[in-house]
Ligand binder design. Structure first.
Ligand code: GLN
Ligand code: ZN
Length: 760
């Protein structure tokens, strides 16, 4: 086979040491001006291009770099700015751009939501009242910059028209065609200008095509691409998909474009099956995503080479481009700075830079240059093998326990009605009991104490004493406020997943494995690399201490298996279902340890349950089956009189209410405020007959809502829910709030509950 070409879809913006984040935040806090910001970000952008060129990537993306988010960039280039930002046409000023993302004095920020099934969040374009016009041909600008400054012939990237519209809001479904008509001339202009400039390939991202697109959608997409092709006949259009197999393979590959980008990692099965069944159109280029752009594991070179050989059975080598499966935005920059990891684990990791090396390596090896890369291949092979063979990867006791669980349905000993009676006899809670979601304010004092302890300035006993003092303060406060069910406050935790990851076997933590979550906010997910095993109680000491201070019940507080899974980088050598069960079994030990220590209410948070939902409806029941089972495995071994709580954030639960019911938690608390009553509406259509608390106030704002406001929320919820099953609580944990705000709001909440008791 002849040498194969390599490409990339997008490079992380944040910089190896998060320089990007620091530059943005310096600008936002007025420490640097606009020129300085542009200068610093230009340096970062050019550095990334140079790096990709030096690695030997043939098709280097340009225009993927952003000052905040690529969907916001697309809205801005088309002048789609909500009227509240007083925009008057022309290039969108930087001030306005950031105001849309973050809000400013005069106007609330645009909504932000998850980019498909990733943990990246984009800014939702608002089309209402927008008068789109091409204000700035960003892809062209990026192309020129790369060419002029570095002599790089880049491949401009743009969010495709249909994906852009489907991710936007502020229009009725019946207006979709009109919006296509409005945007199409602008996209045509962008492409025509690129063609005129002599650009060879443009990457048009249409990940929407991996979701359940209808025939009508497909007809529109076809019409769009016919028009686009006609306006730039000499420009090669690469229609790029990722995150799953395309839903309508035959339709997609026959679109009037020059290349099709398919994901052979997340969408491996579906895309391969379709390719083998329907073939690939002669004359088109296949951009094959072969290296996982979403996860951090090194590729097995032999597996990748054989995948490419399979693909080459359908596409001639000169029409095959090898790529990561999606933009590398979703992985950290490089493993180069990781000095503290076990060498075997480190060898088995590949972040963005290492992934690009893998793409180039496989392109050479599969393209007939195997001898020249023999050494690199052997090193990769050995590294992947070493991690596979490491004892932490397979703990027989864990495997046996999971095997016993499989195919079974974990269940509480008694039905809810029986448990409820036992719990009520034990606690004698009033009607409409009040509680909170778990965390209390993480004040600068709390964070500084943890820093001192981590640095060794404070020894364990000093730190423990400090945490106990916080717990005592807040137990007293909760009693004074008059809450019925108390919590210890989670002062010992930075993050609800990291805290458990640090205590369970099977997790590792990087020094610099940051990825962008939204805007300048980055997260550093734990690395779940081995079999997960319980090593001893994780939360018992703090919870028991808190309970010793009060005669009211204190809820134990754990993070659930699905949330731990969804917020980590998870090993990909065994199914996610298995990993979820491993975590569940470890948590079950913790649940039982809390129960044995006299804790009678235990909350297992699953805020990320919904996030893991597969993109395609057909795949959802299976996910929900094992997600629900892992929650049940973790929580069902307790006695009837032990009350299991759970908590979820975010609205949009309509499609999941049945699964939530199946969790069989005695009490669930759900965030409500941001759904503007939609969630309450969902309970009109579905009966919910377990304990439930719909958050009565929004914890995301420092504003202290009045008693009347919360009473209104309570009354609204009680129009559809049974008062004898209803709990009163805030929307979510209070760790980001100030103590004064928290105390004032909770006082109002308790008063609203007391008044409501008289009414029901
Ligand atoms: N128990 C956690 C807390 O209160 C829940 C956080 C969450 O739902 N994201 O902080
Ligand atoms: Zn929450």
């Amino acid at each position: 086979m002849r040498a194969l070409k390599s490409g990339n879809l997008g490079y992380p913006r944040i910089g190896a040491n998060r320089e990007w984040k620091r530059a943005l935040e310096a600008f936002w806090s007025d420490k640097i001006g606009e020129n300085e910001l542009h200068g610093r970000l230009t340096d970062i952008r050019l550095e990334h291009l140079r790096k990709q060129r030096d690695k030997g990537i043939d098709y280097i993306p340009v225009g993927d770099f952003s000052y905040y988010d690529h969907v916001l960039d697309t809205a801005a280039m088309f002048g789609i700015v909500p009227s509240r930002f007083a925009y008057e046409g022309g290039p969108v000023p930087l001030r306005t751009y950031f105001a849309m993302a973050r809000g400013d004095q005069g106007a609330a920020a645009c909504e932000m939501t998850k980019w498909f099934n990733t943990n990246y969040h984009y800014i939702v374009p608002e089309l209402k009242d927008a008068k789109p016009a091409l204000t700035d041909n960003r892809p062209l600008r990026a192309y020129r910059e790369a060419k002029e400054r570095l002599g790089i012939e880049g491949r401009p990237v743009i969010v495709g028209l249909y994906t852009f519209l489907k991710l936007s809001k502020g229009y009725e479904p019946s207006e979709l065609d009109a919006w296509v008509e409005r945007l199409l001339p602008l996209y045509r202009q962008v492409l025509a200008e690129l063609e005129q400039e002599g650009v060879r390939w443009v990457q048009i991202d249409e990940p929407i095509l991996v979701t359940d697109v209808t025939e009508a959608d497909m007809r529109r997409v076809r019409a769009i691409y016919e028009a686009l092709k006609a306006s730039a006949p000499k420009l090669n259009l690469l229609l790029q998909t990722y995150f799953e197999a395309v839903a309508r393979y035959e339709d997609v590959v026959s679109l009037p474009v020059d290349g099709i980008g398919l994901d052979f990692v997340q969408g491996r099965e579906g895309n391969l099956e379709a390719l083998e069944r329907f073939g690939f159109p002669a004359g088109k280029t296949l951009a094959a995503g072969i290296v996982d752009g979403r996860n951090i594991w090194a590729s097995d070179p032999d597996e990748k080479i054989s995948l490419v050989e399979r693909l080459a059975g359908y596409v001639s080598p000169d029409r095959l481009i090898l790529q990561p499966s999606c933009s590398l935005l979703h992985v950290p920059v490089t493993t180069a700075g990781e000095t503290a990891l076990d060498p075997v684990l480190l060898g088995g990791l590949a972040f963005a830079d290492e992934k690009l090396d893998e793409v180039v390596l496989v392109a050479k090896a599969a393209g007939g240059h195997r001898a020249s890369v023999a050494q690199a291949l052997e090193a990769k092979r050995a590294a992947v093998q070493a991690l596979r063979a490491s004892p932490e990867r397979c703990r027989p006791a864990v495997r046996e326990a999971v095997a016993r669980l499989e195919g079974r349905r974990s269940a509480r000993a008694s039905a809810f009605a029986v448990r409820r009676a036992a719990q009520q006899a034990r606690w004698r809670l009033p009607l409409l009991p009040t509680t909170t979601i778990g965390s209390f304010p993480q004040t600068p004092e709390v964070r500084q104490a943890r820093q001192k302890w981590r640095k060794g300035e404070w020894d364990d006993s000093r730190y423990t004493a400090f945490i106990r003092e916080q717990i005592r303060t807040w137990i007293d406060l909760q009693e004074q406020i008059g809450l019925d069910v108390l919590v210890h406050g989670e002062f010992e935790r930075t993050d609800m997943v990291e805290f458990f990851g640090e205590k369970l076997a099977g997790f590792a933590f990087t020094q610099n494995g940051w990825v962008q979550s939204y805007g300048s906010r980055c997260v550093k997910p734990p690395v779940l690399y081995g079999d997960v095993q319980f090593g001893g109680p994780m939360t018992v000491a703090e919870t028991v201490y808190a309970q010793s201070l009060t005669s009211r019940p204190v809820k134990g507080m754990l993070t659930g298996p699905v949330t731990i899974l969804n917020w980590s980088f998870v090993r990909d050598d065994i199914p996610r279902e298995q990993v979820a069960y491993q975590i569940a079994l470890a948590l079950r030990e913790e649940v039982l340890a809390l129960e044995a220590a006299g804790i009678g209410m235990i909350q297992v948070d699953e805020p990320a349950l919904r996030e893991g939902l597969p993109l395609r409806a057909a795949d959802r029941p299976d996910y929900l089956r094992w997600a629900v089972e892992s929650f049940r495995a973790a929580t069902s071994a307790v006695r009837d009189e032990t009350q299991i709580h759970t908590h979820m954030c975010y609205c949009e639960f309509h499609d999941m209410i049945d699964a939530i019911r199946e969790l069989d938690a005695d009490v669930i608390s759900i965030e409500t405020s941001r759904s503007h009553g939609e969630l309450i509406g969902a309970f009109e259509e579905h009966t919910y007959d377990l304990g439930i608390g719909l958050g009565v106030y929004d914890i995301h704002s420092p504003r202290v809502p009045s008693v009347e406001e919360m009473a209104g929320m309570i009354d609204r919820a009680l129009r559809v829910l049974d008062p004898t099953l209803f709990w009163i609580n805030p929307d979510c944990g209070l760790k980001t709030r100030k103590p004064e705000e928290t105390i004032a709001a909770l006082r109002h909440m308790v008063q609203a509950a007391q008044e409501a008791r008289a009414r029901y």
